[in-house]
Design a protein around this ligand. Structure first.
Ligand code: MG
Length: 412
């Protein structure tokens, strides 16, 4: 074998062509390999894990023929957002799993020496397992991962036990399974001729008289098979902590009466502003929008828009709260900071804090307000304006994670 050809890495077949009925009641009829986990179909996670093994030259996705066009389009969009860095193609599968594998093998680029075959419904596969199977192919024509069986296994007929199998010789085999591609093609052709049906490719190689090496499998490499396995995908339901920050400055001058955190402070300098000039609520709104990844208040309420002239920031805040609630964001804690030489904030601190807590519908203990001066330095020190900052902690419903919610989104 010339060195260049020997150094070529395998291609992987991602077997996503099943129409399994075992799960259809629990999934509402969706083929399990197309189920979304973290906003991506299971087959994508399986392929991504395989691609991270750095042991592949390319991927072939095998789908049911009726899904081929749609899934190819979806793959194009998924690759746009999260490129695997590998060439890939799609192939239409057949009736049984082994027919689909045969179709996938036919789609291999000419000269491909080795192929790894992986079930799309095993999305938890680790890159190390793929590498270990690939490494086994240096010495053997067929390699499968296997796990020792811990249960006692018996054969049963008519509800009666026929035999107890010696456990020390039993393993449960997983995918990816690795093969010399030419030999596997022949084993499949032979099975087709003889009418031989098998649930994995290793069995066809065994039937053709080839030795199959077993390397240690991975207990995490579970196949999503039964309705209870869907619980393994349930991390979508766990809320994800997130944080947002905001900062705002307003200049003093002839303008609006001084309002901070929705509280009117008499005797304080007037504020130049398009809206009511409430620097604290402006910083707070930006922090809330930050939690949701929704930009800033300038985008939502442009000061070129007459509708927002002299508008109460408490009104804008309620609109921001509606926006972030729709995005699945639930604020849990707010810390705010005001820097101003004048007016003195401390007499108003509790009233402002309580008012912000009321506006956010949070306990006052979850809202903090700090205030200080910059010791006469800069524009606040000269009494020319005010600065406000806010940090918001929140929980985000993970199922509405911006990247997970809409995997089909086009690149901006
Ligand atoms: Mg402002």
């Amino acid at each position: 074998m010339p060195a260049t050809q020997h150094s070529k890495k395998p291609w992987a077949l991602i077997m996503a062509a099943g129409r399994g009925v075992r799960l259809s009641a629990a999934t509402g009829g969706t083929y399990k390999q197309l189920l979304l986990w973290r906003g991506r179909p299971l087959y994508w996670h399986s392929a991504l894990a395989m691609s991270r093994s750095a042991a592949l030259d390319g991927l072939i996705f095998v789908f049911p023929p009726e899904c081929l066009v749609e899934e190819e389009q979806r793959l194009r969009k998924l690759h746009k957002n999260d490129d695997m860095g590998l060439p890939w193609i799609v192939a239409a599968g057949g009736e049984r799993r082994q027919d689909s594998v045969r179709c996938g093998l036919e789609a291999l680029p000419p000269g491909t020496r080795h192929v790894l075959i992986h079930d799309a419904a095993r999305p938890f596969v680790g890159p190390a397992l793929a590498r270990s199977v690939r490494d086994g192919l240096d010495r053997h024509d067929a390699v499968v991962p296997g796990l020792p069986i811990t249960d006692t296994v018996k054969t049963v007929e008519n509800s009666m036990i026929r035999a107890t199998l010696p456990r020390e010789h039993l393993v449960a085999v997983q995918t990816p399974q690795g093969f010399e591609a030419g030999l596997l093609r022949k084993a499949h052709a032979r099975a087709l001729e003889c009418g031989l049906t098998a649930t994995d490719d290793a069995a066809l190689m065994e039937a053709a008289g080839h030795d199959v090496l077993v390397v240690p499998g991975d207990p995490n490499n579970v196949k999503i098979t039964r309705a209870e396995d869907l619980a393994l995908l349930a991390d979508d339901a766990k809320p994800r902590p997130c944080v947002g920050m905001g900062y705002d400055v307003h200049r003093y001058g002839n303008g609006r009466p001084f309002i901070l955190g929705g509280v009117r402070i008499p005797g304080a300098p007037e504020v130049v502003a398009h809206s009511d000039g409430d620097a604290l609520l402006h910083a707070l709104m930006d922090a809330l929008l930050g939690c949701a990844g929704l930009g800033d208040i300038g985008q939502h309420f442009p000061d070129s828009d007459a509708r927002f002239e002299n508008i109460s920031s408490a009104v804008l805040l309620s609109e921001v709260l509606t926006l972030i609630r729709r995005a699945g964001i639930r604020p849990t804690h707010v810390d705010m900071n005001i820097v101003a030489q004048k007016p003195r904030i401390s007499p108003w601190r509790e009233e402002i804090r309580n008012n912000v807590a009321r506006l956010l519908n949070l306990p006052a203990g979850c809202v903090n307000l700090k205030a200080g001066t910059e010791e006469g330095l800069g524009f606040t020190g000269r009494g020319e304006g005010i600065k406000a900052g806010a940090i918001v902690c929140a929980f985000a419903e993970t199922s509405r994670h911006p990247d997970w919610e809409n995997p089909d989104r086009e690149e901006a």
